[in-house]
Design a protein around this ligand. Structure first.
Ligand SMILES: [Zn+2]
Ligand SMILES: [Zn+2]
Ligand SMILES: [Zn+2]
Length: 255
């Protein structure tokens, strides 16, 4: 299967509105980061979205995505769910399954009450909330996913393991119960914000600590702030086998 990084930036995106720093002014396409989201395309051609932030419309247009079979949601912060309404035109033929934990489902119902009121008002997105539980595997788009709990500040949220790959975003702490589920990975996708510490997201040292304890073959870092520095310069700080992902990077992943 194939994984496309649709967005690799933190909640502000990069460039940050109103910022004149060298990263936000950079001409390097790898320094332009939309809000975090990835698209998994299976061999059978199913499209599974991980998170659906406010940039999703531009992201799906950019990659000419014509259908979405499932959306997996890590947590309900706006930069991860703010684009759900834009799936409306892809949901007319068949409702789109949204896989999320119970608390996230409650937030989505609050955020978009018009989708769940039972009214037949035309043109509302048809979203089917599918409740998942941490460490209980489920199937979406023909792929088996295991939700893994990570801590985001004080909030427990989920990442996803699928085969020999895993996707974790917005973690400030990866508990041992999840570390135990991350061994034997070919590809780990993991968040890092910047070098300086932050209460709700891992910094570089913390992310490298997680990578060291689970030893994936390759790690791609996501959810970076402009404070991480220029892609070309910050990359020099990374050990072998670890890279910053960038928007539109495509990986091929064994199923
Ligand atoms: Zn985020
Ligand atoms: Zn900046
Ligand atoms: Zn968040």
């Amino acid at each position: 299967m194939k994984l496309t990084f649709l967005g690799t930036g933190t909640s502000t995106g990069i460039p940050v509105l109103g910022c004149d720093c060298e990263v936000c002014r950079s001409g390097d396409a790898r320094d332009r980061r939309l809000r975090c989201s990835s698209l998994i395309t299976t061999r059978e051609g199913k499209n599974i979205l991980i998170d659906c932030g406010p940039d999703v419309r531009a992201q799906l247009l950019r990659h000419n995505v014509r259908s979405i079979d499932a959306v997996l949601i890590t947590h309900s912060h706006y930069d991860h769910v703010g684009g759900l309404d834009d799936l409306r035109t892809l949901s007319y033929a068949r409702p789109v399954d949204i896989f999320c934990t119970e608390d996230v489902a409650a937030d989505i119902r609050r955020l978009m009450p018009y989708c769940f009121s039972g009214s037949n008002y035309p043109n509302i997105p048809k979203l089917q909330l599918q409740i998942i539980k941490p460490y209980k595997s489920f199937k979406a788009g023909g792929i088996v996913f295991e939700p893994l709990t990570v801590i985001h500040g004080k909030l427990p949220i989920v990442g996803f393991r699928f085969g020999k790959a895993a996707y974790i975003t917005d973690a400030s702490l990866v508990p041992q119960s999840t570390i135990d589920g991350l061994y034997g990975l070919d590809v780990l996708i993991l968040n890092v914000l910047r070098v300086r510490s932050n209460p709700t997201h891992m910094n570089l040292e913390e992310a490298l600590g997680v990578i060291e304890s689970v030893s994936p073959r390759h790690t791609y870092l996501i959810h970076m702030s402009h404070q991480m520095g220029l892609h070309s310069e910050a990359s020099l700080r990374l050990p072998p086998g670890v890279d910053f992902a960038y928007d539109n990077l495509i990986l091929s992943i064994d199923g």
